[in-house]
Design a protein around this ligand. Structure first.
Ligand SMILES: Nc1ncnc2c1ncn2[C@@H]1O[C@H](COP(=O)(O)OP(=O)(O)OP(=O)(O)O)[C@@H](O)[C@H]1O
Ligand SMILES: O=P(O)(O)OC[C@H]1O[C@H](OP(=O)(O)OP(=O)(O)O)[C@H](O)[C@@H]1O
Ligand SMILES: [Mg+2]
Length: 280
């Protein structure tokens, strides 16, 4: 049985559970349950704190897990990143009071930096020869400066709203671009390939839609230049020989722009449908 670590709470847990459900796995029904076996698919899920997942997978106790790239790197574990999962995108940045005297990484020398990711931050500062003191906090790191326990922070930034509300401003280089990732144990379990294929299928189903349209045959090359599909569009004859029917996968975010451009080329009856599952 493939043993899979999934986040039991926090920002990653809901989407991770949704993706596994879309990949055809059964999940726990009761949010307090810590283990769930999906016997039909020969996998067992362990619901763990996101921060602990890399430790379990790196030790080989579990075969694979879903966590954040920032948490993986901060853990220092032997687990490795297999693939990104396209959610929980964030950057990891330094920030300090907007009107203060810290605006470059060098200004952190001798200062206190609050963070929930001390290994990551210490390593980054050391690499750049800056000697600062990290203050380890569990969360709500943005309040540390206002409350006087630190001079600057290093934390996850998504919209930037939390930093702004705390009167802090980003400075210095990007410490890390993070995202949710699938991580694997040092020794590979044979069942992992099927899980990866299923999750990649979910990513495609989430990211792409199918577009069907009818087009004057003479415009085919121009239309393919607008939307070329993943490999090559399906082109079928219509009863009227001057027209063809085209089917192509397009990124869902671009669907409306592509429809506009195809319409301008003469395409008609443009239909967009969702993909429920995919194996490319
Ligand atoms: N606002 C956010 N946007 C995107 N990703 C985020 C955000 N906040 C946290 N993350 C990501 O979620 C992961 C942290 O998981 P964790 O469960 O600790 O989230 P959390 O929301 O901080 O949970 P907690 O309830 O303990 O605060 C990290 O990979 C981090 O980059
Ligand atoms: O840039 P933003 O969109 O404002 O998001 C970033 C904030 O989100 C997370 O906090 P979370 O809600 O997880 O609380 P925490 O600090 O207690 O972990 C993260 O730690 C930042 O504080
Ligand atoms: Mg958080």
């Amino acid at each position: 049985m493939l043993r899979i670590a999934v986040p039991n709470k926090g920002s990653l847990s809901e989407t991770a559970a949704e993706m596994l459900a879309e990949a055809g796995y059964s999940g726990r029904k009761d949010s307090r349950k810590l283990v769930h076996a999906d016997v039909k698919n020969d996998v067992e899920f362990f619901y763990l704190r996101p921060r602990d997942i890399a430790t379990y997978v790196g030790s080989g106790a579990l075969d694979v897990g879903i966590t954040g790239r920032d948490l993986l790197l901060d853990s220092g574990s032997d687990a490795h990143e297999i693939t990104h999962l396209d959610f929980a995108d964030s950057t990891f940045r330094f920030a300090a009071p907007a009107d203060g005297d810290i605006s470059e990484i060098e200004h952190l020398a001798g200062k206190r930096v609050a963070t929930s990711y001390p290994t990551l931050v210490d390593g980054f500062l050391r690499q750049r020869g800056v000697e600062a003191h990290t203050v380890k906090l569990d969360g709500a790191v943005e309040s540390a400066v206002q409350l006087g326990v630190a001079d600057a922070v290093a934390d996850v930034v998504s919209t930037g709203a939390t930093l702004k509300a705390a009167g802090l401003e980003i400075f210095g280089p990007v410490i890390l671009e993070s995202t949710a990732v699938l991580i694997g144990a040092p020794t590979k379990h044979e069942g992992i390939e099927r899980l990866i294929r299923r999750l990649r299928g979910v990513l495609v189903a989430r990211k792409f839609v199918i577009m069907d349209y009818d087009l004057p045959a003479a415009q085919l090359e121009a239309a393919i230049a607008v939307a070329g599909g993943i490999e090559s569009p399906t082109v079928s004859p219509l009863r009227d020989e001057d027209w063809v029917a085209v089917r192509v996968m397009v990124p869902s975010d671009d669907a409306n722009t592509i429809m506009d451009r195809l319409y301008e080329l003469g395409a008609r009856a443009i239909l967009v449908t969702a993909i429920h599952a995919a194996r490319l």
